[in-house]
Write a protein that binds this ligand. Structure first.
Ligand code: FEO
Ligand code: CA
Ligand code: CA
Ligand code: CA
Length: 585
């Protein structure tokens, strides 16, 4: 079984009960502090408009304020400090019912612009002042990346005919990034962010190509952008969807750097991407796509990581081989190469070249026979034991009529609860075969249905999503059960979404944090000393009601401001031990 080869410190806090009510809870001896909520100015000198609680800030204000719906994040120490650094942060999506004073509908060009400016990424500076973390403003590092920010395309699909548009005839520069979900930090000091549910932003029209349909583009997107921005109307800009779904690399330490979409890592509904190093320092990038019955990937770089940080490794992720995972019933598995001309990936099967294989990675994986997973979310690599862990959040369609049945890796029909799978490569991280097992099947033993009971050793949870190893070898798990399923049925005893610590040696899981009403807990970043933990509280009060309801959804949550007439806001939270000790022990 997996686990840290060195003795991991045992869990040293008293578990908290399942979360109820509109508050964030941590164990005795810990303190949680809210920082960097949606709409706070990020600290660009001379451009720091205050957040207005009635959401009346305009699109220009929003472009220099923190975006909405915080998700993955990473801490970049300044001068190696655990008390001063930069936070790079994803803003996954917007809830336009909250974003505008008059709610979602009718959509207008100004509202589309504000929504686009509330998407993307932020970089902001933080410092520990006594016992309190604070944003440092102004900061020369403060930066927003929105749907208006130029991103360079690199790797085999850059410049490909399928990437060219009227506005970008070279196919080498994309404006913006979309639905950035999970994130990680590379060993050479950059930030990796996944473009996840980008398909939902496009209006596909009546005649969607089989290619775009395979990727989930539908006649109408969720956000109403297509009517006001021709880039999101596929009938007018048919290649624009091909320019999203990539892993984005950002150098937060250089405020003048151009962010890059790394096409060699393949196109997917990327949750995120995580780097391991082979013993000879090649980069192995694990990623998955959070969609029902889609795939887990790894990329192995040709070159080795060089000393010298971001600059010295600026092309490391542009050359290498992409593979899709196949999990076999005997506890073994194989990595199948997505290489043009090999196996079924030929011109006759619709792949003109390697660029097209990468743009159509799903179709390629279908032909190769990769295993169709239960919505792969975060991955994390145990650097001591070299086991790789991945959350599979849920898949209610597993085993249902017209959908794939159960398999060894995805063993439960109508999988409402999710599981965490892990594998160890034969040899090194570039190995082409591996052994795998499940760390845990999530669930509640009190449930009637066998498929929803799980086998959790410790505190119950459902829908694992965020995942991350701390510097001390403890594994942290975060959950994202949907508001529509919480507090009833199979989720009756599970409470608000939460964060738990797991000792990977014993499998013991203990509840550490519970969030406010209807939020998701996501994002894991420790300072190097393990004494400060940054997380994201996403979509408190997320409503299961009609998004067009102008009164939605502050009736469910008013975290963290608890202001009458205000709105719930996603925010980062930093957790410390009152005695200044290492978190979790
Ligand atoms: Fe954005 Fe898969 O969570
Ligand atoms: Ca997620
Ligand atoms: Ca999720
Ligand atoms: Ca989410």
């Amino acid at each position: 079984a997996g686990g840290n080869a060195n003795a991991a410190p045992r869990l040293g806090f008293v578990a908290i009960p399942p979360g109820v009510g509109d508050a964030l809870q941590v164990p005795a001896g810990y303190v949680a502090q809210v920082i960097a909520a949606w709409g706070e100015p990020i600290g660009i000198a001379g451009q720091m408009p205050a957040f207005r609680m009635d959401a009346s800030n305009n699109a220009e204000d929003q472009a220099v304020q923190l975006g909405m719906h915080h998700d993955g994040l990473a801490f970049f120490p300044l001068n190696g400090a655990s008390t001063h650094g930069l936070i790079a942060l994803n803003h996954e999506y917007t809830d336009d019912g909250l974003l505008h004073p008059d709610g979602f509908l009718p959509m207008t060009p100004a509202k589309v612009k504000k929504s686009q400016n509330a998407h993307g990424l932020s970089v902001y500076e933080v410092r520990l002042n006594g016992q309190q973390w604070e944003m440092v403003r102004p900061s020369r590092y403060a930066r927003r990346f929105t749907l208006g920010t130029p991103f360079a395309l690199s790797g085999p699909a850059a410049g490909h005919p399928l990437m060219r548009t009227e506005a970008d005839p070279q196919g080498r520069t994309v404006l913006g990034t979309l639905n950035n979900c999970a994130s990680s930090q590379t060993p050479w000091g950059t930030y990796l962010s996944g473009e996840e549910n980008w398909a939902f932003y496009f209006d596909g029209g009546k005649d969607i190509s089989p290619h775009h349909r395979r990727w989930g583009v539908r006649d109408k997107g969720f956000y109403g952008w297509g009517a006001h921005d021709p880039r999101f109307d596929v009938t007018r800009t048919p290649h624009e969807p091909n320019r999203f779904g990539w892993v984005v690399e950002v150098d937060p330490m250089d405020p003048t750097s151009t962010p890059v979409k790394r096409t060699a890592l393949g196109r997917a509904a990327h949750e995120g991407a995580w780097v391991a190093l082979t013993r000879d320092q090649r980069a192995v990038v694990y990623s998955g796509e959070d969609a029902r019955f889609e795939y887990i990937y790894k990329f192995v770089s040709t070159g080795r990581m060089q000393p010298g940080g971001a600059q010295a490794n600026r092309e490391l992720l542009d050359h290498g081989t992409l593979y899709v995972a196949r999990f076999d019933a005997d506890g073994r598995g194989a990595w199948l190469p997505l290489v043009h001309g090999q196996g079924p990936l030929t011109a006759a099967n619709g792949f003109a070249d390697q660029g097209e294989v990468l743009i159509k990675a799903r179709q390629a994986s279908d032909l190769l026979g990769g295993t169709k997973m239960d919505r792969p979310e975060w991955l994390s690599i145990d650097t001591a034991s070299r086991w790789v862990y991945c959350t599979l959040t849920n898949n209610s369609q597993r085993g249902q009529a017209g959908h794939p049945g159960v398999d060894a890796a995805n063993p439960r029909a109508n999988n409402t609860m999710g599981q965490i799978i892990r594998w160890l490569e034969d040899g090194d991280h570039d190995g082409l075969q591996f052994s795998w097992n499940h760390l845990v099947l999530a669930g509640d033993p009190a449930n009637e249905r066998a498929e929803a009971k799980g086998n959790v050793k410790g505190d119950i949870f459902g829908c694992p999503d965020g995942l991350g190893f701390a510097p001390n070898g403890l594994l942290w798990i975060q959950t994202d059960a949907h508001a529509t399923q919480m507090y009833k049925g199979e989720f009756k005893n599970i409470g608000n979404n939460q964060m738990l610590a797991c000792d990977p040696q014993t499998g013991e899981i203990r509840r550490f944090l519970t969030g406010p009403t209807h939020c998701e807990i996501t994002g894991i970043a420790f300072t190097p000393d393990g004494r400060n933990l940054f997380i994201s509280v996403q979509h408190p009060g997320e409503t299961p009601t009609d998004r067009s309801d102008p009164k939605n959804p502050s009736q469910y949550s008013s975290w963290p401001d608890y202001q009458k007439g205000g709105r719930p806001r996603s925010a980062n939270v930093v957790i410390r031990k009152r005695d200044g000790g290492v978190i979790g022990t």
